[in-house]
Design a protein around this ligand. Structure first.
Ligand code: F6P
Length: 543
């Protein structure tokens, strides 16, 4: 059934959302096994969703909804290479990159393409890391600059930051995504052309920010080497577009292939992940893939009611589409995951930030929440006030590890005690009578208590998920990313959205092209509104 709102369970959930649900603290008090009921062990992590506004009726309706929406059938379509990205007529096979072999007619060909690409990544990694790959002056490579944006940047950047402690620091990594010249200027000022390798990562090889930065980098190198031939020793490309890569001047031998069946925001498992392999070594890259594969298998095999990505998606749909909580915080309690919120912003919002269904029909329900976040501990001293006492409720994902990657006396317990305290406080809150009692016990006067009490009330009843990894390792990180990938996919299925296109980012790109010409030629067209004309005139007059 394509109109989700007419499904039985959808209607039930609307009724439940309007009902007077008990406070979460009451739900916990009344059910001593609530945690056991609403938590699930998945590869490399424990997923606890018990601190959400659900009960058994809601949970049953949610899993019932997943069945009505044929989640398992869609999942199998994805894994077997059906063209589920209908608007671009493409398969969605990032899972094939971690050897969860597709089982369709093309699987042998796809598997062999993936294997060839992995072999090339391995060879190249070995050559660069061993010092066999030399720059134009026969020096070893010491620095890698990865130029790319969006899916061609956020994944590798997030992963190399997350696994920094596992790197032997043979190579220093740098990323350039912004077309603001300050970023590339900074990076170029910090590296030596003789020992720097550039990766130009762009699925399309047409993205203007990336091409502008790549051209700057090429010119910088040629200036230093005084020889165009140096490009072959310092530039590699990752792309689907051989023609454009060649036209840009990069030797096709130095090109790493990707395919149209890998979406940009799901591409870190492909050669887009080359920076990961170079920085950490190919074995770590393989472990990352293995962790994702373990999560793929869980997603493929676990029944819906104990399937972590499925449940995570259902809880997200419940929060956003039914309870109308349209903001979502991502709060890692692991410094190394500090880029995870930015990574998930693209993964979730570019995938499901849509307002029409797969057939282009306007949707009447909320789709995906606006995602934001920060390392939890820093957030505590910045925006947690809003999470605890703001009058907008923001569901939050807390992500932490049992064991730290770097053991420094006492720190990890301090860190994790905050994780546990925050989720408990957001759930339980503090009532007016509790506040009054506390203040009275501190000896405050009745008048002072009356003045202060309401300010110290915490309503609680704020939904959170907790994800506990054993430790951040390449494998567990792979599993965590795949957990979110599949959550996003299932959420899209439930919402009847194509999660794999991104038409909404095209409009701005097209307009910017025209405007850039106007700025270059100092000539404004009459087509703009008065605000845009006013701003551009001001810019031109004052630059
Ligand atoms: O921002 C839109 C987008 O198309 C993303 O989906 C993609 O990850 C990014 O631009 C970069 O695209 P490319 O890899 O083709 O340069």
């Amino acid at each position: 059934m394509d109109d989700r709102t007419s499904l039985d369970n959808w209607q039930k959930l609307i009724t439940y959302a309007k009902s007077n649900l008990p406070h979460l603290a009451t739900m916990f008090a009344e059910d001593p096994v609530r945690f056991d009921k609403y938590s699930v062990q998945a590869p490399h992590l424990l997923f606890d969703y018990s601190k959400n506004l659900i009960n058994s009726d809601i949970f049953n309706a949610l899993t019932g909804l997943a069945s009505e929406c044929r989640v398992e059938e869609w999942r199998d379509k994805m894994f077997t290479g059906d063209h589920i990205n209908n608007t671009e007529d493409r398969a969605v096979l990032h899972t094939a990159l971690r050897a969860s072999a597709p089982i369709n007619a093309n699987s042998d060909e796809i598997n062999s393409q993936v294997q060839q690409s992995l072999d090339k990544i391995e060879r190249f990694t070995q050559q660069v890391r061993s010092g066999q790959w030399l720059g134009y002056s026969n020096e070893k490579i010491t620095d890698v600059v990865s130029i790319g944006i969006g899916g061609s940047n956020l994944g590798p950047l997030m992963v190399t930051e997350a696994l920094n402690s596992y790197a032997d620091q043979q190579l220093q990594m740098h990323y350039v995504s912004n077309v603001d010249g300050v970023q590339i200027a900074d990076v170029l000022a910090s590296v030596n052309p003789e020992t720097t390798l550039f990766i130009i990562a762009s699925k399309t090889f047409t993205t203007s920010e990336t091409m502008t930065n790549a051209t700057t980098a090429v010119n910088w190198l040629i200036d230093a080497a005084n020889d165009k031939e140096a490009i072959a020793k310092h530039f590699v490309a990752v792309s689907t577009n051989t023609e454009k890569v060649t036209a840009f001047g990069i030797d096709p031998d130095n090109m790493f292939t990707m395919w149209d069946w890998v979406g940009g925001r799901f591409s870190l498992w492909s050669a887009i992940g080359l920076p990961i392999s170079l920085y950490l070594g190919f074995d770590a890259f393989k472990q990352l893939l293995a962790g994702a594969k373990a999560m793929d298998e869980h997603f493929l095999q676990a029944p819906l009611a104990v399937n972590a990505p499925v449940i995570m998606a259902l809880v997200a749909v419940w929060n956003c589409s039914f309870l109308k909580l349209t903001s979502q915080a991502i709060l890692p309690y692991d410094q190394c995951l500090h880029r995870l919120p930015a990574y998930l912003q693209q993964a979730e919002m570019e995938s499901n930030g849509k307002s029409v269904d797969r057939d282009g029909k306007k949707l009447t329900y909320n789709t995906v929440a606006g995602l934001w976040g920060e390392v939890g501990i820093n957030g505590q001293h910045a925006f947690y006030q809003y999470l605890h006492q703001g009058n907008t409720i923001v569901p939050a994902d807390f992500i932490g590890s049992v064991k730290p990657v770097v053991e420094v006396d006492g720190h990890h317990n301090t860190l994790m005690s905050n994780f546990f305290a925050q989720t408990e406080a957001l759930m339980k809150g503090v009532s007016l009578s509790q506040v009054e009692e506390q203040l009275a016990s501190q000896g405050l006067s009745d008048q002072r208590i009356e003045q202060l009490a309401q300010h110290k009330v915490h309503d609680g009843n704020r939904p959170t998920n907790s994800i506990l990894l054993n430790q951040i390792t390449p494998e567990s990180l792979g599993a965590l990313i795949a957990l979110y990938e599949h959550k996003i996919f299932v959420q899209g299925v439930i919402l009847n959205i194509n999660s794999f296109d991104q038409w909404g980012v095209e409009l701005g790109k097209v307009l910017a092209k025209g405007i850039e010409q106007e700025l270059d030629q100092n000539q404004l067209s009459d087509d703009h509104d008065s605000s845009t004309t006013g701003l551009m005139s001001y810019y031109l007059a004052n630059r």
